[in-house]
Design a protein around this ligand. Structure first.
Ligand code: F6R
Length: 242
């Protein structure tokens, strides 16, 4: 595991964005696994910056997102589809037909999970999976549990996750109780994983996840089993690694 700690978030964003950019430059048909939340925003800004400078072409890239809330209608400002369009896709030349996000408003959620898995199966392999880290150690929306699902599934969000995400909604009551998430099996199948963690409030969980016992009660700890993980931490999140 390659752990890098940055003095500033700007440096972290540049390095994170440049790692994804180099992949797209060397492999125009790259398959990216993408995340939402506050963590990747600066990295997406770096990709947009490089694209606007004419250094990147996303026209052949395919992207799969990790997760989506259940029950928010299409076009709702807090769906992860809206987030991706606003924070990245509307600024670059990606073919929208190649951008995949689970449909959390599907009438049959189980069928939607199988549909998503079928796209991730067979010859498709994610070249680089970008991950943030939940305060409780979740990756995607794989919440701590005595067992974890390998494939895409519907998950009940933990109260701490709903609380953490309430900042994006007008009240906690509006935060969905469930989400669809890619499973840890799909995440670990990626050729390379880039875990990004920011802020002192995640320092302890990041340290436990990366150096402590591997357990489904701390889903990010399963990343220790992957052969090609790069971890980008800001100073706060990296404080126990000094
Ligand atoms: C988002 C996702 C989540 C977030 C995590 C951290 O697609 O999969 O695991 O990465 O909840 O969220 P932020 O970045 O908002 O602190």
């Amino acid at each position: 595991m390659n752990i890098k700690i940055f003095d500033t978030n700007e440096e972290l964003d540049q390095v994170g964005g440049n790692i994804i950019a180099s992949l797209v430059q060397t492999k125009p048909h790259a398959v990216l696994g993408l995340a939402t939340g506050s963590t990747p925003i600066g990295i997406y800004e770096q990709l947009i910056f490089l694209f606007k400078k004419g250094l990147l072409d996303f026209s052949q890239v395919t992207a799969f997102n990790l997760d989506e809330y259940v029950g928010l209608p299409e076009g709702h400002p807090e769906t992860y589809r809206t987030f991706m369009n606003k924070r990245l896709y509307s600024h670059i030349n990606i073919n929208m037909n190649r951008t995949h996000i689970p449909n959390g408003d599907a009438p049959d959620l189980e069928a939607e999970c199988r549909r998503y898995d079928s796209m991730l199966a067979g010859g498709t392999q994610i070249d680089l999976q970008l991950l943030g880290l939940g305060h409780n150690g979740h990756i995607g929306f794989n919440e701590p549990d005595h067992a974890l699902s390998s494939g895409t599934h519907v998950v009940d969000l933990k109260e701490e996750t709903r609380k953490a995400n309430a900042r994006f909604f007008s009240s906690i009551d509006e935060v969905p109780n469930q989400a669809i998430t890619m499973g840890v099996g799909s995440i670990l199948k990626a050729k390379m994983i880039m875990l990004v963690v920011r802020g002192e409030s995640k320092a302890e969980i990041a340290h436990q996840a990366l150096t402590g016992p591997i357990t489904t009660e701390l889903p990010a700890s399963l990343l220790q089993t992957h052969p090609n993980v790069v971890v980008l931490l800001d100073k706060g999140a990296g404080k126990y690694f000094y």
